[in-house]
Design a binder for this molecule. Structure first.
Ligand SMILES: *[C@@H]1O[C@H](CO)[C@@H](O)[C@H](O)[C@H]1NC(C)=O
Ligand SMILES: *[C@@H]1O[C@H](CO)[C@@H](O)[C@H](O)[C@H]1NC(C)=O
Ligand SMILES: *[C@H]1O[C@@H](CO)[C@H](O)[C@@H](O)[C@@H]1NC(C)=O
Length: 581
């Protein structure tokens, strides 16, 4: 196995260096499954290791850092513990890819080596200088006793090297230190810098008072001396803001991405995202940026409390970057495990990155849309399509003819009438997650629950439900309320798992009765996109029966009204090259 891996690896490298881009490492899956058949099902079953989601060969990973595109290569850095499967000893691991799907691991790019990062090299971002040089700005921990945080910069040693293997830390580090009034233990994660009117600006996440999350603006003319703008770009009473991200978006409905430094008419709207340390989820607002005042104002005055999230499941510390090769903005986010730390140590790895998503502004202008980058479709293999199939109340239908432990499923459902929809409990109307907790996949409804059971065992004892449930318009409204949920409470016979139902509302009027769902299934992760990417939910699950060839896929209808599957296509997904694993 290992020898085969190395040879194939060398081949890929040659092909990539020769410029071939869509090389897919086929059918390792089969070999692996044969080898794994003897292993009893358990949390450390290799059949639960994800196949096409980004991960290193082993050990702990968390935040994606400084994604960038340089001379034909995509780079991803990420927080990594080279010594084990729990958080600690953090360095910046580094991988490169031609297509964001097949990855090659390089040696870590940034490790503790100077006074201002001796005790930690934490998250940060990349900025492209006007001459095309990529720079990295990151948080360093410079005291052993407390996590005292400063910001450092690093430059590539050899700009001719498209793989950017070596990084230098200039002697003027640290470039930003917490001064009067800033809590030095809560001061981190510099954003990509943007330039306008002769100044660079970047944001650093922090907290003031007991619980006011803030994004401080720092400005510089030369990228060396940075001074803080007195008032933060924005703040809200939502606790410490980690990993801020701030970027312009094109007019509503246009998919094209914008460079972070773009200005003028095209950058009418901005997105500010923060990772809320207290809640451990990523929240964003859409708004306007006044660069004279260095202030950002969300369009929705209650936006900071309205809890719009990139993803309503396991998805944190995300970061976007502008891809000049395909003129799009791409979102990376970290998905942690839902097993125990002891399981992680036993299996030797913890954490994956979600499939990179293209993000753009929804035609309503009120939220973003997200969709898996098109490159992921190169992994699609054998497929099965179901058309115009009515699913009666209480019925489920298996999708057969392919393996679905590692699959991509796209389905459009059609409901003929909303007449039988449940009425919404006003107590739960504002809280999708609680609503789904109370009305999970097994609770009969009016219109819905309908959707998919993925990673299901033959007897359906194990199954993860990804579904919609429709409610009558809330008081004063005219649109039905659409709830999207992932319910993993029956996903595994293993009792020691974190299995919350995850849910978000879908802002769609489904006037034609149709709603779509896409799920990327990958052994221990189910990543779902409702209504063309309006609402996304990533969930980690660890079936004990529904692994490998025993994983099944069903469409189900737990409501009282018929639901039609207008069209469903499921594809088997191949395994790309994944960092030599
Ligand atoms: C810089 O990178 C280029 C391209 O990989 C390589 O040919 C060259 O030898 C490198 N220079 C140094 C000084 O390492
Ligand atoms: C800084 O933040 C930490 C963590 O929230 C808190 O324990 C500490 O009291 C704060 N220090 C100051 C000076 O506010
Ligand atoms: C992921 O793991 C679960 C279960 O341990 C925790 O509850 C989450 O807080 C954690 N998420 C993050 C972002 O750390």
């Amino acid at each position: 196995m290992r020898a085969l891996g190395r040879v194939a690896w060398a081949w890929l490298l040659l092909l990539q260096l020769a410029g071939a881009s869509h090389v897919v490492y086929e059918n390792l899956l089969e070999v692996e499954e044969a080898a794994a058949a003897a292993v009893p099902p358990s949390i450390i079953d290799p059949l639960l290791r994800t196949g096409y989601h980004f991960q290193p060969r082993k050990n702990w990973i968390n935040d994606p850092n400084a994604p960038l595109y340089y001379k034909g290569w995509y780079h991803l850095f990420y927080q990594y513990n080279p010594k084990g499967a729990v958080w600690g000893n953090i360095v910046w691991a580094h991988s490169v890819s031609r297509d964001l799907i097949n990855w090659m691991a390089l040696k870590p790019a940034i490790e503790p080596s100077i006074a201002s990062d001796k005790y930690g090299c934490w998250s940060g971002s990349a900025t492209m200088l006007p001459d095309g040089t990529p720079t990295i700005m990151y948080t360093g921990v410079n005291r052993p006793d407390v996590n005292y945080q400063v910001q450092n910069v690093a430059y590539p040693r050899n700009k001719s090297d498209p793989l950017l293997r070596e990084w230098d830390k200039p002697s003027h580090n640290p470039i930003i230190v917490p001064k009067a009034g800033i809590n030095a233990t809560q001061f981190r994660d510099p954003t990509t810098a943007w330039r306008a009117g002769g100044h660079w600006r970047l944001l650093i996440g922090s907290v003031t008072g007991p619980a006011h999350g803030v994004a401080y603006v720092y400005r510089s003319r030369d990228f060396k001396r940075w001074t803080r703008v007195e008032r933060p770009l924005h703040s809200a009473a939502t606790g410490m803001w980690e990993c801020p991200d701030f970027y312009p978006v094109e007019a509503a409905g246009r998919r094209e991405g914008l460079d972070t430094s773009v200005s003028g008419r095209r950058a009418r709207k901005y997105v500010l995202k923060n990772s809320l340390d207290l809640r451990r989820y990523d929240y964003y607002t859409v708004g306007t940026y006044d660069r004279r005042a260095e202030r950002y104002v969300p369009d929705d005055p209650a936006g900071d409390e309205r809890h719009l999230r990139y993803d309503y499941g396991n998805f944190y510390a995300s970061k976007t970057f502008y891809d000049p090769a395909k003129r799009r903005r791409i979102l990376w986010g970290w998905a942690n495990e839902s097993d125990t730390s002891a399981d992680d140590v036993a299996k030797g790895w913890a954490g994956i990155q979600a499939i990179p998503r293209t993000v753009w502004l929804d035609p309503s202008g009120k939220q973003l849309l997200q969709w898996p980058i098109e490159e992921v479709e190169a992994l699609r293999g054998k497929s099965v399509t179901v058309k115009d199939r009515v699913i009666k109340p209480g019925q489920h239908v298996e999708v057969t003819g392919l393996q679905t432990a590692q699959a991509d499923v796209e389905v459009t459902f059609e409901v003929s009438s909303l007449a039988g929809a449940e009425s919404l409990d006003p107590e739960l109307a504002g809280d999708a997650q609680r609503l789904c907790g109370a009305r999970g996949a097994a609770v009969e409804g009016g219109v819905g629950p309908f959707g998919l059971w993925v990673l299901a065992s033959a007897d359906r004892q194990e199954r993860t439900a990804v579904f919609f449930r429709l409610f009558r318009p809330a008081r004063g409204g005219d649109k039905p309320v659409v709830l999207m949920c992932t319910d993993p409470t029956k996903s595994s016979l293993n009792p020691n798992l974190y299995q919350p139902t995850f849910a978000g509302f879908v802002d769609t009027d489904i006037s034609d009765g149709k709603i779509s769902l896409r799920s990327l299934i990958d052994r221990s992760v189910v990543e779902s996109f409702g209504a063309g990417g309006k609402t996304c939910i990533l969930s980690r699950v660890y079936p004990s029966l529904a692994t490998g060839k025993n994983a099944r896929l069903y469409v189900f209808n737990g409501g009282k009204a018929d639901v039609k599957v207008s069209r469903l296509t499921a594809w088997e997904m191949k395994k790309p090259l994944m960092n030599g694993a």
